[in-house]
Design a protein around this ligand. Structure first.
Ligand code: ADP
Length: 190
């Protein structure tokens, strides 16, 4: 599953290929929409893997959002944590929901800043939860239409910057679902 890794101080950034719902990191990140509806893509895969019935996980997520944020939506940089439920058998404890930007094929500094916030919010929550490993999907590179290469480069930059403040977090995975995406990411990182 592991393709390559880069080290920044005490932090290792690992590129992996496969299904994030089976990746043994203490937290996996969901590329959610702002209402945590989990209607498609990786969000639906996580909701099904966690709870069986995706509607049950949507309910759990919305309740957690009300408790943790006090609103019925999240902004870029805000995150919600839910238990991994059935994914606990793979060693996953938490799902951290974050919302990336909608690009629709475009890319600019503003979209990059929003993606950076979404990634950093999840990394900081992992520190707060005192966990050592966290796995991300390619946030915004699917239905939200951000260019995969830019998404990968943004991950690299944020993880490098975050390494200066990381204490408990030691491993950050970027998990690409398809072999083709993984090969493209490998070219950028390698
Ligand atoms: P967004 O709406 O943020 O673009 P998507 O779920 O559509 O989110 O896609 C984000 C990325 O997640 C895409 O690269 C997609 O291929 C990938 N993906 C979809 N299912 C999985 C999965 N089970 N594990 C890992 N990545 C996945």
């Amino acid at each position: 599953m592991n393709l390559t890794e880069l080290t920044f101080g005490n932090l290792t950034f690992k590129l992996a290929q496969g299904d994030i719902t089976k990746l043994p990191a203490e937290a996996i990140v969901n590329a959610a929409n702002k209402y945590l509806e989990h209607g498609g893509g990786v969000a639906l895969a996580i909701a099904k893997a966690a709870a069986g019935d995706p509607y049950e996980y949507i309910k759990i997520s919305k309740e957690a959002m009300r408790e943790q944020i006090g609103r019925n939506h999240i902004e870029h940089g805000e995150v919600v944590v839910t238990p991994a439920l059935n994914m606990e058998r793979f060693g996953i404890k938490y799902v951290i929901h974050t919302v990336g930007p909608y690009c629709g094929g475009k890319w600019d500094e503003n979209l990059k800043e929003k993606l950076k916030k979404a990634i950093l919010g999840a990394l900081r929550k992992a520190e707060e939860l005192n966990i050592s490993s966290i796995a991300f999907p390619a946030i915004s590179a699917g239905i939200y239409g951000c260019p995969l290469g830019e998404v990968v480069k943004t991950f690299l930059k944020v993880v490098e910057e975050f390494s200066g403040e990381a204490e408990s977090v030691k491993e950050v995975y970027l998990v690409l679902y398809s072999k083709k995406d993984a090969e493209r990411a490998l070219k950028i990182l390698g």
